[in-house]
Design a protein around this ligand. Structure first.
Ligand code: CP
Length: 316
């Protein structure tokens, strides 16, 4: 297995099966810090730099919380408009990263342009972690999701994952890439205008993803072990920021309700949602035995603890 020390985490396309389990092993080792709400000192001599060019609640704060849990230092920006990269100068990724690499030992980047973290990694002497790039990928979120499934089911093999929502989403790309490393099948449910982008569909076909497409959740829910959700009432992920007055409503075909779960789902099916949610997942589903998205949110800190420790060479 390749070493994680000094490695960029840009995509799950190049993650091998053993590497997923290595990350899970380290996550299990470090999770007591998060469970006990204690800060250790494993990364006390290291600094995380967060460069977020797009809004985030979970990814940035979970990554920063993870660094604090391990005793490390954190600095960064959450609004590029307050930096020279987002104002009049529109400073390039190359020039920006040549600065940031002197300020921190690892860079966590979210960007509205697909490929921006990979571009940053070209110029950075310190590891770059992709925290979501346009429609591209969201590897740290999906590592969290797979870890959550593995903790619940004890395996990733033999599972059917119902992916519902916008298939252009970066989480969908990362999870479908990751699934090709396991004996997993996918059921895809999405509005026609939100189908897989052609380059991703071609890549997934090459990698042998086994999937079937359906028109509604109701059609395929009964065989799902995991329901993996994204909104179809969705922001444009290629923009830095979007403010809108009104949102549409989610058509019934793409909603997961308490009633549907009670009548159609396996008794041990679990629901994951990377959040934020709109009306596709009503709040009363939270009280059902199927909801795992808050556990998933907690695991988001644990997973980033594991990734930071691995890329900074603090665990082996
Ligand atoms: N899951 C996720 O990416 O959420 P944020 O946009 O709040 O980081």
């Amino acid at each position: 297995m390749r070493s994680f020390a000094g490695r960029d985490i840009l995509s799950l396309k190049d993650f091998e099966r053993d590497e997923f389990f290595e990350v899970f092993r380290v996550a299990d080792e470090l999770r007591p810090f998060a469970e006990r709400r204690e800060n250790g000192d494993l990364l006390a001599s290291k600094t995380l730099l967060t460069a977020f060019y797009q809004p985030s609640t979970r990814t940035r704060l979970a990554t920063e919380a993870a660094m604090h849990r391990l005793g490390g230092h954190v600095l960064g920006f959450s609004d590029a408009k307050m930096t020279r990269a987002g104002d009049f100068y529109q400073e390039s990724i190359k020039d920006t990263v040549h600065m940031l690499e002197y300020y921190g030992d690892v860079i966590a980047m979210r960007h509205f342009e697909q490929g921006a973290p990979a571009e940053a990694a070209r110029w950075s002497s310190v590891p770059v972690i992709n925290c979501g790039d346009g429609w591209g990928e969201h590897p740290t979120q999906v590592l969290t999701d797979l870890y959550t499934i593995w903790k619940d089911k004890g395996t990733l093999d033999g599972l059917n994952v119902l992916c519902v929502g916008d298939m252009r989403m970066r989480t969908m790309h990362s999870i479908l890439y990751a699934m090709t490393q396991f004996d997993m099948t996918a059921s895809l449910v999405y509005p026609p205008e939100m189908s897989l982008l052609p380059e991703f569909a071609a890549e997934l076909a090459t990698r042998g993803l086994r999937y079937a497409e359906f028109e509604s959740v109701e059609e395929c829910l009964s065989k799902a072990d995991v329901v993996y959700m994204e909104p179809v009432v969705q922001a444009d992920y290629t923009k830095s920021r979007e403010e809108v007055e009104e949102h549409g409503l989610t058509p019934v075909a793409y909603r997961v309700t308490k009633e549907l779960m009670a009548t159609r789902a396996k008794t041990d099916a679990i629901i994951l949602h990377s959040l934020p949610r709109m009306d596709e997942l009503p709040a009363d589903v939270d009280e059902t035995r199927h909801a795992r998205y808050w556990f998933e949110a907690f695991n988001g800190v644990v997973m980033r603890m594991a990734l930071l420790s691995l890329v900074l060479g603090a665990v082996s």
